[in-house]
Design a binder for this molecule. Structure first.
Ligand code: ARG
Length: 348
């Protein structure tokens, strides 16, 4: 009996080693992206939004800077790998000593972080080389964290789409953030806010009465023509995600960038398209773009939601995709080990 268990154990270890050699260590975030583990409930109600339930947007992070002896929320961001956060360049215009800043993951209420939340220092800030703080062109930046975070039910990676995802066809999209809840009032929300938004055609968004030509090809407009629900100050860098209808996970399609006022009619939120900067993101993280041409969209950096025919899992450069839920397998392995231990103890 013990021998059989040992054999199974060995086989599992070999399988794991072959499938997921993450630099020799287990990466708790390696198995999937874009999929909240927490069950969502309640009506969605940011400006015009509602309190988010814990774990519903597990990739969102709060980027914080020292202020008056404490830490103050500055911007949102999204975890795209266990050591990398994607956010907006504008968050750092006035940044002095970035090593004093912090990133909070796995939180809903910023005043009460909860046991699953993790705080990290920033090792490196990479702002887009052509970012303009006048036009908000190329409003994108990456943060490398000093230590990777551990994924859990409140901390998961977001999926960044490559060029093949047809973003404009996605119909169920959401924004989230700790930014101002009331337009013009300022201040940040303590409880993470969320709201459903619609993607707005770039032609319409650029037309007269709207943004009159200020929208670039790398922007996405989202909100409501009549206003009322929108991101606002303090939401910058945070995620605009859309659900993939053919699966049950979300794509990180945009980063909150700018808007004229907040929640005004014909002045929806303007987001930086992550798809547009897919290759830039890979390059900055030191990953190669060799696997660029594929028929189906692929989330970058994290292997995709597993056990699905599409999109195909990729792990560009670093580690090969895991064709099964790694975390589950690891749990199983741990339990098997415990079982073997128990058997040994019983036999000897
Ligand atoms: N730049 C803003 C910030 O500091 C985000 C503004 C978003 N505005 C909007 N109307 N959606 O957080």
């Amino acid at each position: 009996m013990l021998l059989v268990v040992m054999d199974v154990l060995l086989l599992l270890v070999v399988l794991l080693a072959v499938c997921c050699p993450v630099h020799g260590t287990w990466d708790s975030c390696g198995g999937s992206c874009g999929r909240p583990i927490a069950f969502r409930y309640g009506k969605l109600r940011i400006v015009g939004g509602t309190d988010a339930q814990p774990g519903v947007w597990p990739w969102i992070v709060s980027i914080e800077a020292p202020l008056e002896g404490g830490m103050a929320h500055i911007c949102g961001g999204s975890l795209i790998r266990s050591q990398w956060v994607l956010t907006s360049a504008q968050c750092f215009i006035e940044a002095r000593n970035i090593t004093m800043w912090q990133v909070v993951v796995g939180a809903t209420r910023l005043t009460q972080l909860g046991p699953k939340a993790q705080v990290r220092n920033i090792k490196r800030l990479l702002v887009h080389q052509h970012y303009s703080n006048v036009t908000q062109r190329n409003d994108i930046a990456l943060l490398e964290l000093e230590q990777p975070v551990q994924c859990n039910s409140y901390v998961q990676l977001a999926c960044v789409p490559d060029a093949s995802l047809r973003v404009s066809e996605l119909t169920e999209c959401y924004v989230s953030g700790w930014g101002a809840r009331i337009a013009r009032a300022g201040g940040s929300a303590y409880v993470l806010q969320e709201a459903q938004v619609h993607l707005i055609d770039a032609g319409v968004c650029n037309s007269s009465g709207w943004y009159r030509g200020a929208i670039h090809t790398h922007n996405i407009c989202a909100g409501y023509p009549q206003g009322g629900i929108d991101t606002c100050q303090g939401d910058s860098g945070g995620p605009l995600v859309c659900q993939d209808k053919s699966a049950d996970y979300f794509w990180l399609v945009g980063l909150t960038s700018w808007g004229m006022g907040c929640a005004r009619a014909k002045k929806p939120g303007v987001y930086t398209s992550t798809q547009h900067f897919y290759n830039w993101i890979l390059e900055q993280m030191g990953l190669h773009t060799a696997v660029a041409t594929t028929a189906r969209p692929q989330p970058a950096f994290a292997s995709t939601p597993v056990q699905r025919p599409r999109p195909t899992p990729i792990e560009v450069g670093r580690f090969t995709p895991c064709p099964f839920p790694v975390q589950k397998l690891r749990d199983l392995l741990t339990r098997l080990q415990e079982f073997v231990h128990f058997l040994k103890g019983g036999n000897v």
